[in-house]
Design a protein around this ligand. Structure first.
Ligand code: SF4
Ligand code: SF4
Ligand code: FES
Length: 323
């Protein structure tokens, strides 16, 4: 005997060829405990409204085509149990495309920019390729482990369409492409390590434009953890010596130095070093406001944390970079 639940779904409907504005259409369904969100879309289409359009293919979380948003949260529809979503959102849910601005038919969006970002990071191994290899080109298990997580990406776009940096900056490559850049820059068989790092090191489009909000890692259905790959790329650019001196890289340098020196951050020195003395002048108003409220120590008066030697040892053992 199945358990059932009465639920309501308000689904984004829009046809770019004929509609001026989108509308949200209501569908009521009795949903059983096992059903995933893709079952809901299929049942709406097959039982109530054959005009509903959405992408799907494998139904096993492999092809990445069924990415949508439910109550604003990016999901892969065939992986997300509806009852579990109801624990978060209750019995009424809003189903939308990953980016409503890009919809051309209901839940189907134009993903061109997402794919262009992929192409921009040269998503294949570069190096001498045997035309007719006689055996696999194996690598040591520890090298394989370093790329394993990033290799699980199914190109669903959940991270990209949840990323605030990508939403406001058309040039930003975004979390999925950067995770893929890491996948190849870390592969010991690849011969374009430095060139790959230079390509993602460009101000305005690359790794330094991530605002570290963690949204991509939280939303990824395959555990790719794009943010950790972006951090790894930061380190790789320093290790390979291809980083450029700019506000972002100076900020990374002074951040580490400050923690190593004090434990807590020396906020004033962080701004001065990252932006230069002239640049820091722009922040004087905020600095005085923070000083008045006791949120900024006076220059040279940053307290050391009580476990400072432990912090220092941790920083030194964790960092391979010589800034
Ligand atoms: S952590 Fe960076 S890449 Fe990930 S969603 Fe936030 S801004 Fe985008
Ligand atoms: S990194 Fe994760 S969320 Fe982003 S496209 Fe790949 S599988 Fe989807
Ligand atoms: S249909 Fe393939 S991932 Fe959902």
């Amino acid at each position: 005997m199945y358990e059932k639940r009465e639920m309501t779904f308000r689904v984004f409907r829009f046809n770019a060829q004929s509609d001026y504005l989108p509308a949200y259409k209501r569908y009521d369904l009795t949903v059983s405990k096992e059903e995933v969100m893709l079952d809901v879309l299929n049942r709406i289409k097959w039982e109530q409204d054959p005009t509903l359009s959405y992408r799907r293919s494998c139904r096993h979380g492999i092809c990445g085509s069924c990415g949508i948003k439910v109550n604003g949260r990016a999901i892969v529809a065939c992986k997300e149990n509806v009852w579990q979503l109801a624990e978060l959102y209750g019995e009424e849910m809003v189903i939308e495309p990953q980016d409503t601005r890009l919809a051309y038919k209901d839940l189907i969006i134009d993903k061109s920019r997402f794919w262009e970002s992929y192409r921009a990071v040269t998503p294949w191994l570069e190096g001498p390729v045997e035309e007719k290899p006689q055996k696999e080109h194996l690598i040591e298990p520890n090298y394989a482990e370093q790329i394993d997580e990033a290799d699980h990406c199914i190109q669903c776009g959940s991270c990209f369409y949840s990323c605030p940096a990508a939403a406001v900056n058309e040039a930003y490559l975004g979390p999925a492409a950067l995770a893929l850049a890491y996948r190849f820059s870390t592969d010991v068989r690849d011969k374009s390590h430095a060139n790959r790092l230079r390509a993602v090191n460009e101000p305005g489009s690359g790794i330094w434009d991530c605002v570290k909000c963690v949204e991509c890692s939280e939303t990824c259905p395959k555990g790719v953890e794009p943010l950790s790959k972006i951090f790894a790329l930061h380190n790789q650019t320093f290790e390979a010596g291809v980083h450029k001196r700019n506000v972002a890289t100076r900020h990374a340098v002074v951040f580490k130095r400050s923690i190593e020196k004090h434990g807590p951050l020396d906020e004033a020195e962080n701004v001065r070093y990252s932006e230069g003395s002239l640049g820091a002048l722009r922040h004087m108003r905020e600095a005085f406001a923070m000083l008045r409220r006791g949120k900024l120590p006076l220059p040279g008066r940053v307290h050391k944390s009580h476990n400072h030697s432990e912090v220092k040892t941790l920083i030194q053992s964790a960092s391979k970079n010589k800034f």
